[in-house]
Write a protein that binds this ligand. Structure first.
Ligand SMILES: C[S@@+](CC[C@H](N)C(=O)[O-])C[C@H]1O[C@@H](n2cnc3c(N)ncnc32)[C@H](O)[C@@H]1O
Length: 226
């Protein structure tokens, strides 16, 4: 644990980091090949990658920055998937143990300990952000400040892909996630907060839970105003 990151932060960040530190090895094993059986998830990631690549260059393209960050990258398997899709990807996570595992598994990629609500990145530095089930532990009242930080570090025209647990007709709801408290969101509510932060929706994908999953999955693909 790096005290400087947590000393002045809200307690839920330390709780989340400690909880993921404790389960990191088992979690990494559990998710390592998970995308293999999820064609719809791969499809939405491929769409994000294609858009992020296109927005980097070409005449009239808005975003000129190159890098794509996976924020809340855990053991780094999704960051590696983005790299395999052609992106210049790196990962950031609260949990130092997760970051150690990510560096060990993917020594060719960059991983840093940090919180996605206070990134050590310059304004407009990124052409894309992937948040794959990583804002699920964020208390709902904090989400606007997370989206404001995403907006700050994205170049105009940059892309954001969010994956989360959908609330299936209920209002935003806390639930007993296996690692630490998490929240299920109505897709319209999360899309609305992203719009208020300056994002434009490109599209969305809902996926029903598989037999081994509890909840419907939500995916929002957004672009920052040019
Ligand atoms: C459910 S895991 C998802 C990990 C990875 N994206 C995946 O799909 O396997 C959530 C991750 O988000 C990280 N996380 C939660 N809040 C964070 C924050 N504020 N900043 C950075 N990472 C955070 C946790 O430490 C954890 O590794």
């Amino acid at each position: 644990m790096e005290p400087s990151l947590y000393s002045s932060s809200p307690p839920y960040l330390r709780t989340t980091a400690d909880a993921y530190d404790a389960v990191a090895v088992r979690y990494a094993e559990f998710v390592r090949d998970s995308l293999d059986a999820l064609p719809l998830d791969r499809a939405v990631l491929a769409a994000f990658a294609e858009l992020a690549l296109a927005s980097r260059g070409g005449p009239g393209a808005g975003a000129v920055a190159g890098a794509v960050a996976e924020l809340g990258c855990g053991p780094g398997h999704m960051t590696a998937h983005l790299r395999d899709l052609g992106l210049d990807a790196f990962g950031v996570d609260l949990s130092p143990v997760m970051i150690d595992l990510a560096r060990e598994a993917h020594p060719d990629l960059r991983f840093e300990v940090g919180s996605m609500d206070a990134l050590d990145l310059a304004d407009g530095e990124l052409s894309g952000i992937l948040s794959w089930y990583s804002v699920i532990h964020t208390p709902p009242r904090e989400i606007p400040s997370y989206f404001a930080e995403f907006r700050r570090v994205l170049a105009p025209g940059g892309h954001l892909l969010l994956a989360f647990f959908e609330s299936e007709g209920e209002p935003v709801t806390a639930f007993d996630h296996k690692v630490t408290t998490a929240y299920r969101w109505p897709i319209d509510d999360l899309a609305g907060l992203a719009r208020e932060a300056g994002f434009v929706e490109i599209g969305r994908m809902l996926r029903e839970p598989r037999q081994d999953e509890r909840f419907r999955r939500g995916h929002l693909l957004m672009r920052m105003h040019e």
